[in-house]
Ligand binder design. Structure first.
Ligand code: DC
Length: 218
């Protein structure tokens, strides 16, 4: 029997950082489901497949092979795409790709399979609502859009990527809207998820809080 912690929430709420740290501290395998959508988006860009070309998407999904390693490396069809899936062209294309039922169905299978038989902490948008509705612990991690934009700009600076606050804030708001209003598996808090607002908390404080919640349930 596996133990499953679901962490859902909008872009930039800190899910990636927090999930990684909590996973390391509690010995849970960390799974970033956003990366699976990013891999599909990248593959479509590389093969010049449009969101309307259902047959080509289906054919591509049938050959899709994603590997995620404990060191954080992500391979798409045998190639290291860890950096490529975070680039702007993928950021801009991933939301329209993530609304496609054919993509969501395939990735649901992939995500459940990755977690099989393991104790995991899985982050995404619909983990507690759709992927693992019976997860042992469900957390909805949120923060004000302005704070999320501020964090993303700092993150970009650290990576040597120049970005303007206004542009990033607009991108975040657009993505929030698309992710939470789509028909299938929209971003929303599961009824039984615990709401954590990280706007005024440090990374350490959020990690402590979430570890406390998990320990209580274990
Ligand atoms: O967390 P992220 O920014 O890497 O996610 C990339 C996109 O994938 C985002 O626009 C929402 C989508 N996504 C999703 O629809 N369902 C998930 N479980 C995870 C991500």
């Amino acid at each position: 029997m596996s133990f499953i912690v679901a962490i859902d929430g909008p872009a930039g709420a800190g899910k990636g950082t927090i999930t990684k740290l909590v996973g390391e501290k509690l010995g849970l395998v960390n799974i970033d489901t956003g990366a699976t959508f990013r891999c599909v988006a990248l593959n479509m860009l590389q093969e010049k497949i449009d969101v309307k070309e259902e047959n080509r998407i289906e054919e591509m999904l049938n050959r899709l092979h994603i590997d995620m390693y404990p060191n954080g490396k992500i391979y798409l069809n045998g190639k290291d795409v860890t950096k490529k899936i975070r680039e702007k062209d993928v950021n801009d294309f991933v939301s329209p790709v993530a609304v496609l039922p054919i993509v969501r169905n395939k990735l649901l299978e992939v995500q459940r399979k990755i977690a099989e038989g393991k104790d995991v902490i899985m982050e995404g948008r619909d983990i507690g609502t759709v992927v693992f509705p019976n997860a042992d612990v469900k957390i909805y991690l949120d923060a004000a859009a302005e704070e999320r934009a501020r964090r993303r700009v700092l993150q970009n600076q650290e990576k040597g990527i120049k970005s303007s606050y206004e542009e990033v804030l607009k991108g975040i708001k657009d993505r929030d809207k698309r992710d939470s209003t789509r028909e299938i598996a929209p971003l929303k808090k599961a009824e039984d998820a615990i709401y954590v607002d990280s706007t005024n908390l440090s990374v350490e404080e959020v990690v402590e809080k979430i570890i406390g919640i998990i320990k209580e349930k274990k």
